[in-house]
Design a protein around this ligand. Sequence first.
Ligand code: SAM
Ligand code: SF4
Length: 468
Amino acid sequence: MMEINQAYIETLLEQARAAGIREQEAALKQAEAIPEQLNGVKLSDRDIALLLQIRRPDLLTRLFAAAGAVKDRIYGRRVVLFAPLYVSNYCVNRCVYCGFKQSNALARRRLSFQEIQDEVQVLERMGHKRLALEAGEDPQHCDIQYILSCLDAIYSTKLDNGSIRRVNVNIAATTVDEYRLLHEKGIGTYILFQETYHQPTYAAMHPSCRKSDYNYHLTAFDRAMQAGIDDVGAGVLFGLADPEFEVLGLLLHNNYLDRTYGTGFHTISMPRLRPAEGMELAAFPHLVDDRTFERLVAIIRLAVPYTGIIMSTRESAAMRDRLLRHGVSQVSAGSNTDIGGYKKDAEQPRVPAGGQFELSDERRPDQMITALIEQGYIPSYCTACYRQGRTGDRFMQLAKTGAIHNVCTPNALLTLQEYLLDYGDPSLRQLGASLLEKECAALENAPVRQALKQKLHRLKAGERDLYF
Ligand code: SAM
Ligand code: SF4
């Protein structure tokens, strides 16, 4: 049974904090070997605890370089884009940090089938293909049948060439039976943040509510796996407890799932605490500063090279651009955390939204795509693995053989081409066209290059949704 041994993490950290630079350097050398031997070198728990102690600027530079090299080897320059869709702000929980907590007097509502279609159409008009469905926890107003009907509404909404091809689901921990229903509906990743792995902090942050039970929350992925969901995404809310404890908690949880079910986290989300209604940031003693946050991203990238790292618009544009270099592989764009917020914003863009927490990076997807291309990245809306059933250990096998490069880069380019044709303005089309040409020419595998060229032509001729 899953458990996070609190004393074990405390001891690892105490020993690492007492260790000297020589031990930090030894752990760093181990980390520096990873890019060259991706499947041969693995960091131990002690290595990770030591890497978390690095502060000396020259060692930090090496740490960031190693993380950047791992990212290049596995993800190349692809960056996956998605948007959250908040369907309900009903919530019976009392999470101290959250704007949706039960004690906040806000207008509670959930979207109707029609309202979901309206939201999805706005998202499709922005070019989105991947969504993360988000909801508060309320068994009465937002039960599993409602969530299943939301998924039907999302998948069935089409606007011109727009369609949502993958919906990840971020809803409260639930039972095996309900996870089975989600699995049968065809969700992408089931996402659940532990919020904090530090048990006393967890208890303080979730006072007397359904979410109070640390162990029930922690074992949610076991129940999801038993229900057939092999694609799970974890996260902690950085700012609640000691971030070094949290990184070790995340990685122990990942290793447990890997040992037990043959596959660890598909993604790790890295939210940092943001201001929200009914809470003051000043009341949280473990807020994570930018420099520390960069280190955490780099260490997670090195510890779990094949796990996607997700960065939301809670982070500023400048910070997200920096973190992409250290290991982030997925970003949200044009996000809104208000219920019905996309339509509201499309109709009255200047009215401030009343969402779950304040956002920081407010770039629209087209601005984000332009920025990514200008920085040398390949924006991707690819959903091919999920749709071909390459999830869980099958995805990991593909990733670990390196075949991912012959599949993911061409797929990213195909989705970029679709975006440019359907949603790009003339200047973005021009920028994108030269990226496509350059990346196509750079593909080493000649048959793949040829097949990609053909598919790009077919997209231009009007076909859609082509992938390898
Ligand atoms: N209600 C479900 C739950 O709590 O698991 C679904 C997810 S909730 C809509 C999404 C996530 O938002 C939470 O897991 C939490 O980590 C994050 N969150 C809540 N308040 C936040 C804040 N003030 N700043 C940043 N993230 C926050
Ligand atoms: Fe509800 Fe989730 Fe917010 Fe907690 S984090 S109050 S469960 S929406």
